[in-house]
Ligand binder design. Structure first.
Ligand code: GLU
Length: 384
């Protein structure tokens, strides 16, 4: 291991707050019921991390698999409402399993069901943050899952990876660990290889989360159970990097993998942040998964906001799309349609449409009033 890599692994090992995501492939018996041995083993590792002084949040799937088991369903249904029902039944088993295993180590767990929308709403986001922080201070291990009764993102896209990254940003974790059935991000997409070449294909040791090489190699290689695939995991690592967290994508099948990582040992791929962490408020803006509108900027505006760190003025806006209110998060895209920034807009979609291409000095004569001279103030603008 190079010194550089050793230092980065060391930083992870010393990190105080870890978010650990386990997919269905790690905690179920091939999607049919919970793998109690795997859960007991995970609980032992979590307990040892907590006892060594770490604060740990677990993001775990597995509810549908356990629901199918409890309902004696032979086959995974296709209808989303049936999957939601299975998740509601199985979530009971999932939290029971973690709680009873952790109790053996004199620890408690707490069930936290979240949706991406919960983390988009500023008030609910702050509430979730306060609760999770309190739980951590009590040495309780929060067990987070997507609230499948009201949200179906994970069911449809296998996307607890994104939820885990959002939780990691929410609590300002140092490290996000994604345990999966792969050994990491491979140097080239595994499915592109003959058997012989596959044997030579190794996981990348460490790489910047923002390195575009990852887009080539993470390809859509979703396994049957972990439908999120490697690309979703890399995107999750990028989200976590925005807040300054490093991500390790590693195999949940390696014995005591979490303990080994905590010792600074090399497992999986380390995706480190190479950017300045965003302040908490800007993180929340950047983490919005969906926005209600889009401002198309001219080249001059792209330049001043990206390179010079200035506010966005209406004169630099060529087009306004979508329907948004004042104070909502909108995307700023360049003329090629690529999203370059995101921010809290000072005018609604109709007003912004009237102001596009116009100087700030004519806002009053155009609308009859002025809220602010900028369309998006730089304090509320995040360059991506
Ligand atoms: N959140 C669900 C679970 O915990 C989704 C996983 C899946 O689609 O299998 O089971």
């Amino acid at each position: 291991m190079s010194n550089k890599l050793e230092n980065k692994r060391q930083q992870v090992s010393e990190g105080k707050r870890w978010v650990i995501k386990v997919g269905s492939s790690s905690v179920t018996k091939n999607g049919r019921g919970l793998n109690m041995e795997a859960i007991a083993n995970l609980a032992t590792q979590l307990a040892s991390l907590v006892k060594s002084g770490k604060e740990v949040i677990l993001v775990s799937s597995g509810a549908i698999a356990e629901g199918m088991n409890r309902l004696a369903w032979e086959k995974r249904p296709h209808a989303v409402y049936e999957l939601q029902a299975a998740a509601a039944v199985g979530q009971m088993g999932l939290v029971q399993a973690y709680e009873s295993c952790l109790q053996k180590h004199a620890l408690h767990s707490a069930q936290v069901l979240l949706t991406h929308e919960d983390l988009q709403d500023r008030k609910r986001y702050l509430n979730a943050r306060t609760t999770l922080r309190k739980l951590l201070s009590l040495k309780v291990i929060p067990v987070v899952n997507e609230n499948d009764t009201v949200a179906t993102d994970e069911i449809k896209f296998g996307d607890n990876d994104t939820l885990a990254a959002l939780v990691s940003n929410l609590v300002e974790a140092d490290t996000l660990i994604i345990l999966t059935d792969q050994q990491g991000v491979f140097e080239s997409p595994p499915q592109e290889h003959s058997n012989k070449a596959r044997a030579d294909n190794k996981p990348i040791d460490d790489i910047s989360a923002n390195d575009s090489f990852l887009d080539k190699v993470a390809g859509p290689s979703a396994g049957e159970l972990g439908r999120g695939g490697m690309l979703t995991k890399v995107s999750a690592a990028r989200l976590a990097a925005r807040a300054g967290a490093a991500t390790i994508i590693a195999s949940g099948r390696v014995e005591n993998v979490l303990i080994e990582i905590a010792k600074g040992k090399q497992h999986g791929t380390l995706l480190y942040p190479d950017n300045e962490p965003l302040v908490a408020r800007k993180q929340w803006i950047a983490n919005q998964l969906y926005t209600n509108g889009e401002l198309v900027l001219d080249d001059g505006a792209c330049q001043v906001i990206c390179k010079d760190g200035k506010s966005l003025l209406s004169i630099g806006v060529q087009d306004v799309k979508g329907n948004f209110e004042r104070g909502e998060v909108v995307s700023c895209v360049n003329s090629k349609g690529e999203e370059i920034a995101r921010g809290l807009v000072n005018y609604n979609a109709k007003e912004a449409g009237q102001l596009k291409g116009k100087a700030s000095s004519v806002i009053e004569s155009t609308l009859g009033y002025v809220e602010e001279p900028e369309l998006i103030h730089r304090d509320n603008l995040v360059v991506l």
